[in-house]
Design a protein. Structure first.
Length: 279
């Protein structure tokens, strides 16, 4: 059976190449955008195809992409955005002699909490330290096939302390097949006390359209995202009119589903545009 790469890895490559066109081959070596590994990667590597019960067989769950800041693609910045956003698809990332993981790690007598940079194989100086490229491994389940925008260059960015208050991020185009967005935590605490509003709009011609918007704090529980006038998270909108919703504190994931505007009619199939505005 032929191998394939996790869809989230391919989505990341497409997103980065769209946002940094000078880094697209031949601007960079095509081999620097890698999924399946060469003979230097053993069978334990995420660059090697593995079988995942309940998900699929012969799937590669790792991707490498070039570190070329001069061409608009800073691999360390991309991975740090993903780390700080704690995207649930990410397993670990490697850049510039360091690695982070989505779980706690004890290494060399020290404890490193999940999503914290730590030295990458410091006792193996001959090992590739990922200075010229970044590495991202994704989890070994269906989440790794999620093609929603990654929270970095070309998509939803993680919060930057240097950014001015009141800045917006996006827009994100939600195609008919895309239903979820992973976002930085809303009002996560003293480090980021800002409120966030979701703004949604679409050009649906003369038609109105309906969206079902639910949210999760990343703990597996979903709830309607309402403005007080909606029903069970279902919002009716008109073409060219922006829906603005203040998001709940701690929100991590949004589910945006197209709904029929009335019984017997199909849902709006066009692209929906969403952006996020911070207080």
């Amino acid at each position: 059976m032929a191998w394939r790469a996790a869809k989230s890895i391919l989505a990341l490559f497409e997103q980065l190449q769209r946002a940094a066109p000078r880094a697209v081959p031949p601007g960079t070596d095509p081999k620097s955008w890698g999924t399946v590994g060469n003979d230097l990667h053993d069978e334990t590597s995420d660059h090697s195809p593995h079988d995942f019960p309940g998900w699929g067989d012969n799937i590669v769950t790792a991707g490498d992409f070039p570190n070329v800041p001069g061409l608009g693609l800073d691999a360390r910045k991309v991975l740090d955005d993903i780390r700080r956003a704690r995207d649930p698809r990410a397993k670990y990332g490697i850049s510039n002699d360091e690695i982070f993981s989505n779980h706690d790690v004890n290494q060399d007598g020290k404890h490193y909490p999940a999503w914290t940079w730590r030295p990458y194989l410091p006792h193996d100086p001959d090992r590739d330290q990922h200075r010229e490229h970044g590495h991202l491994s994704v989890v070994g389940d269906q989440r790794a096939d999620g093609t929603q925008a990654w929270p970095t260059l070309g998509g939803l960015r993680a919060f930057d302390e240097e950014e001015e208050m009141g800045a917006s991020f996006g827009p994100i185009q939600l195609e008919a097949t895309q239903t979820s967005l992973t976002i930085p935590p809303v009002q996560a605490g003293l480090a980021d006390p800002r409120k966030v509003w979701l703004n949604v709009g679409a050009d649906s011609g003369n038609d109105a359209y309906a969206l079902r918007i639910w949210g999760s704090k990343g703990e597996g529980n979903w709830f309607p995202v309402d403005t007080g006038g909606s029903r069970d998270g279902i919002h009716t909108l008109k073409s060219g009119v922006v829906l603005s919703i203040e998001l709940t504190k701690g929100l991590r994931v949004l589910s945006v589903t197209r709904m029929p505007i009335e019984a017997g009619r199909p849902p709006f199939a066009g692209s929906i545009s969403a952006c996020f505005e911070r207080a």
